[in-house]
Write a protein that binds this ligand. Structure first.
Ligand code: MN
Length: 447
């Protein structure tokens, strides 16, 4: 495909079909998910449509509930492009009186004659590790115009945002990275994967990784740095090789000591993908996008991805606020732990917009690695449920997507997502019943 990306023929056909629809449209309605991957997907598409001189109207949504689909239907747009979502709501999408394209990497329900679905799951690719919303958005963009390769760094930030880089890039994501490097939109450096100003600030504000006993506890970080004879005020980027190695091994040991999976510890030293045009790494950009989405400033995320320097400085402020909120919650989880059931563990997350991130970080760095983690947010008589497992648990049979779908449907709710991370919305009164069905289902999956 355009000499750069190799895909199975039927996958390639689906992308070309989508490209044709966008190409013919004068005006495109674009709807994307509000998380880092969705924002990256939206930014890439906004860049590509701008280059084509197309008019478009972009919105970020938290989900595609029937009410959301109804609102979109009422707008009466003849061309609608869903990014990072849609395959899970195929009935709703088919009900729209429009040409509809869905670029999604979540598990699809079924194929559709009416909706053009570009979804790696239909083509023997894994949507959890090999392609995300942003990488699919880039794929469509470069098929429409190879000049859009300059948007590849933003797509790679989306890959990081959905944590698909863990354990090494794969599939479509890897092909995009290789092209981005070859075309000099990305440079690769190996190093300590922590971003921040001084050593003490970097470690005490670190939520990913979250260092038990250090993150959120500056006095402890100062004592720790004193013990390894590192000047706490040294800028992170200017630590000399000996100290950087020492710091890296001490921090790795701490992560091992707190029970993190080996793949999590290995993340600490990794390839840093630097975006020369933005003077940021793809992880930095992913963090910024994440903060924008979670703090209800989606437009800002798109603006900064499109190179707006002013937006970048505002987003840095949001990121600091977001990090301190998350840090506060993680400290609470560290102190209180989670409620234990036989096969799952759960905690209450009062702020639903932070629940997913909290759940993922608590699973990865703080809680029992043998059970998936469930975060519960109560909103107006309903409960929003976020869940996370680990790849290791998935390899033992865990499938949160089917588990949540089953448990939610049994209590009159809806659920789905990925094997390793899924969500549900259920009636609050049915929470206990939901948890015991989920506990039993997960037990069977991993039994
Ligand atoms: Mn995604």
């Amino acid at each position: 495909m355009n000499g750069s990306i190799a895909l199975p023929a039927d996958f390639s056909d689906a992308v070309k079909h989508a490209a044709k629809i966008v190409d013919k449209a004068d005006n495109v309605r674009v709807i994307s998910h509000y998380d880092a991957d969705g924002l990256a997907a939206a930014s890439v598409m906004a860049g590509a449509l701008t280059r084509m001189g197309k008019q478009f109207h972009l919105s970020m949504v938290k989900g595609l509930e029937p009410e959301a689909v109804e609102r979109i239907a009422k707008e009466g747009n003849p061309n609608i492009l869903f990014l990072d979502m849609g395959s899970g709501q195929i009935d709703g999408l088919e009900s729209l009186d429009a040409k509809v394209v869905a670029l999604d990497h979540h598990k699809p329900i079924r194929k559709s004659k009416k909706v053009v679905q570009v979804n790696p799951h239909f083509h023997g690719m894994d949507g959890m590790t090999e392609a995300c919303g942003a990488s699919l958005s880039l794929l469509l963009s470069v098929v429409m115009d190879p000049a859009n390769w300059d948007l590849s760094p933003v797509a790679l930030a989306g890959v990081v945002g959905d944590r698909q880089h863990m354990g090494g890039m794969k599939g479509l994501n890897l092909q995009i990275l290789e092209q981005a490097v070859e075309r000099k939109h990305i440079t690769v450096q190996r190093g300590l994967n922590l971003t921040g100003t001084t050593v003490v600030d970097t470690i005490s504000n670190s939520v990913d990784p979250y260092f038990i006993g250090l993150s959120g506890r500056e006095e402890n970080v100062l004592a720790f740095l004193e013990s390894v004879k590192i000047n706490p005020k040294s800028p992170m980027g200017s630590l000399d090789e000996v100290y950087r190695r020492k710091l890296t091994s001490m921090l790795s040991l701490r992560l091992m000591g707190q029970g993190c999976r080996p793949e999590t510890v290995e993340e600490l030293v990794s390839d840093v993908h630097w975006i020369p045009s933005m003077e940021l790494s793809t992880s930095d950009l992913a963090d910024l996008l994440n903060a924008c989405g979670r703090m209800d400033h989606e437009g800002l995320g798109v603006a900064l991805s499109m190179g707006d320097k002013e937006a970048l400085s505002v987003a840095n402020g949001l990121r600091r606020q977001y990090t301190s909120k998350i840090l506060e919650r993680l400290l609470r989880i560290e102190e209180d732990g989670a409620e234990q059931m036989a096969n799952i563990q759960y905690f209450e997350a009062p702020d639903p917009s932070l629940a997913g991130a909290q759940c993922g970080l608590a699973m990865q760095y703080i809680l029992d690695q043998a059970k998936p983690t469930i975060a519960i947010s109560r909103v107006n008589g309903k409960v929003k449920v976020s869940t996370r497992g680990t790849k290791h648990l998935v390899s033992k049979g865990l499938d949160l997507s089917s588990g949540l779908k089953r448990a939610a449907e049994k209590v009159g709710g809806v659920g789905g997502g990925h094997s390793v991370a899924a969500g549900a919305t259920i009636p609050e009164a049915k929470l206990d019943e939901f948890l015991s069905i989920l506990d039993e289902t997960v037990g069977k999956q991993m039994g």
